[in-house]
Each structure stands twice: as C-alpha cells, then as structure tokens.
Design a protein around this ligand. Structure first.
Ligand code: NDP
Length: 324
C-alpha cells in the first residue's frame, strides 16, 4: 500500500508529485496511457510560465516537471484508471492492465477534455478534417483553407499557429466580441491570413470522406450560409474530466469537483483534487501547478492525522513497474 497515489500527469499532478516526493511520501503517479503530460503536450510556445523568459515548448516543460518529480522519488505508471473505490481509510485504484493499487490518500488531477460542438458529422469526420489539436494535426492542412471555432485564447492560439500551414484561416465565433486575452486577440486580428466571421455558429459539416465545407447560421439574423473549407478546428473550451468520480465525489454546478474553500479537500476524507478538474475559471499551467501544491500539502496534513500502524503499512510500496 502507498501513502499517496496521484492520478493525472499535467502541471497539477506533477507539482503534487514533486511536493509529495520531497515530503518522503513516495508517491505513485498514474499518467494516462495515451494522453500523458496533459494539455501542455498539445501546446507550442508557453510564454507565461514564470522562470522561462524566452518561453518554453509545452512538451519540454512537462518533461522537466516529470524529471523533477522522479528525481525526488515519484514512480510513474502509464496506464488508464478504470475504477476507483474510496473506503474510509484505504482507497484503491484499478488500472487498464488489471492491476490494483492501494493508498491512504488520493490526489485527483485529471484535468479537462476538449469540448465538442455536438453537431451531426463532427464525430464521423473526426480525423478526416475535424480536429481539436492544431499542433497535432496542423501539418496535414498545408495550403488549405480552414476554419477555427471559438473566441477564447485557445481559438486565437490555434488559428495563429495554423497560419504556418494553411493558406487562409477563418475564425468563426458566435458573438461579436472575443473572450481571449488582449495580446492573443491582437495577434489574430492583425494577422493577414486570418479572417473573422462574427455572430456565426456552425450547424453542419459537409463532406463524405473529408471536410469540404461548413453550413453556418447567423446568430443575430438567423440567416443560413455556407463556407468552403478543407478543415475544421474546434477550440471552444474544455470540460473537467470527472467521469471516474461522478458517483463518488460531490461536483459543483459547473461540473468541476467540489472542494472545501481554498483547499483541495473533496467530499471524501483522504481524497484531494487539484488543477483544471476543480477550476472552471483560471485554468492556467501556473494555477494548476499551485493547486497541485495545495493538494500535496493537504494530503500530507491528512496523513499526519492517521494512526501510526496504518502509516507503517503504507510505508513499503509494492511497486509494479509498468512503464513504456
Ligand atoms: P474559453 O472557455 O476561454 O473559450 C471558449 C470559447 O468557445 C468562447 O469564446 C465560447 O464562446 C466558445 N464556445 C463555447 N462553446 C461553444 C459552442 N458550443 N459553440 C460555439 N462556440 C462555443 O476556452 P479556451 O479553451 O479558449 O481557454 C480556456 C482557458 O485556458 C482560459 O483561461 C485561457 O486563458 C487559457 N488558455 C491560455 C492560453 C495561453 O495563455 N497561451 C492558450 C489557450 C488557453 P462565448 O465567448 O460566446 O462563451
């Protein structure tokens, strides 16, 4: 049995791991089998993480966080959690490979997942012109006309990045004002390859085997129109990844895991949550990292309240190495 298991490998998970490992809690961190590293793995330049004045690539930043966590004794498993059981004192985590790991405390830092438009053909044409990740798929859209949906920082960042490949990028937004930060707005608004389509929503996607065009509706007048594009990037935000704990933990009306005040304490003793999965507002790498710190400190304080014999039982982790 472990003292603490951390679920999630974004800035919140790895920062929790750095703190927990330095507090000699010998954490086990479960990184996803395919999405290890979290959202920053899909980002190019990170220019707002303190300490990197010249910016740093998202994947490099995550590699550094993992290296730091492992340096202090974090063990990392690349697999997906399939089931969780939260007993009063012992919590168990079952993985895709069937292994079951136990711990006295859990830090849940599963982040958030791309939001979908929810229109017909979005799934069918996924990977055939519909994408949620410009850095992953942008290369396939060389010299094409493409559209990005959304009015936040993600949409601005994706659109600006996609100008490296595309001949033209439309940003289609359902309002006439942007939610994105000033600097990201200005970059997109002043880019010669980017054209904004305001007050417009996508109601359909045309194309049999690949995206050929979009059916649009004006959100003010209700008028329908169409736009020929060879690709569609959906950048309309994220939803917290809570499917594993829907029946186990209290959630907020916004769908994030409910925590007490400024702490990471969930509705279940010994279970802490950190990062985007508790944060509907800020969702920055820095705030997620800070939130991971809070969770590790809360877990440490919680463990200090448990009987000595339980802690002794959790002192000798039986680590089954499943890395790739
Ligand atoms: P946001 O929630 O900020 O923005 C989502 C955008 O998508 C909004 O403009 C919203 O419209 C629109 N939208 C939502 N649902 C739909 C829908 N069903 N159909 C059409 N449009 C829709 O999400 P982001 O992913 O852009 O950003 C999330 C957080 O991450 C923010 O805090 C942001 O600052 C941060 N971020 C920072 C970056 C950076 O600093 N480099 C890069 C990327 C993200 P409406 O405005 O009408 O609600």
């Amino acid at each position: 049995m472990r003292q603490v298991i951390i679920i999630g490998s974004g800035p919140a998970g790895f920062t929790a791991a750095i703190y927990a490992a330095r507090a000699n809690m010998k954490p086990l961190l479960i990184a996803s089998s395919v999405e290890a590293g979290g959202e920053l793995m899909n980002t190019t330049d990170v220019e707002n993480f303190p300490g990197f004045a010249d910016g740093i690539q998202g994947p490099e930043l995550m590699a550094k966080m993992q290296e730091q966590a492992e340096k202090f004794g974090t063990e990392v498993i690349y697999d997906d959690v399939t089931n969780l059981e939260f007993g009063d004192t012992v919590k168990s985590v079952t993985l895709g490979n069937g292994e079951k790991h136990e711990a006295l405390a859990i830090i849940f830092a599963t982040g958030s997942a791309y939001r979908k438009l929810g229109i017909a053909d979005e799934e069918r044409l996924s990977g055939r012109g519909v994408s949620w990740c410009a850095t992953c798929d942008g290369f396939f859209f060389k010299e094409k006309v493409i559209a990005v949906i959304g009015g936040g920082d993600s949409a601005m960042e994706e659109a600006t990045f996609l100008t490296r490949f595309a001949s033209k990028v439309y940003i289609i937004h359902r309002k006439d004002t942007l939610r994105a930060s000033k600097i990201m707005q200005e970059r997109a608004l002043s880019h010669p390859k980017i054209e904004f389509v305001w007050n417009t929503e996508v109601v359909g996607i045309d194309g049999e085997d690949a995206v050929e065009g979009l059916r649009l509706r004006d959100t003010v007048s209700g008028a329908d129109s169409s736009l020929a594009v060879g690709g569609l990037f959906v950048a309309i935000g994220n939803d917290p990844r809570t499917h594993l704990v829907h029946d186990l933990l209290d959630l907020t009306s916004e769908g994030t895991i409910a925590v007490a005040g400024r702490s990471s304490q969930t509705s279940q003793a010994g279970v802490f949550a950190a990062g985007d999965v508790i944060d509907p507002t800020y969702r920055q790498a820095v705030t997620a990292a800070a939130s991971g710190t809070v969770a590790a400190l809360d877990a440490e304080h919680y463990l200090a309240t448990l009987p000595e014999d339980l802690l002794a039982a959790a002192g000798d982790p039986e680590f089954a190495s499943v890395t790739n």
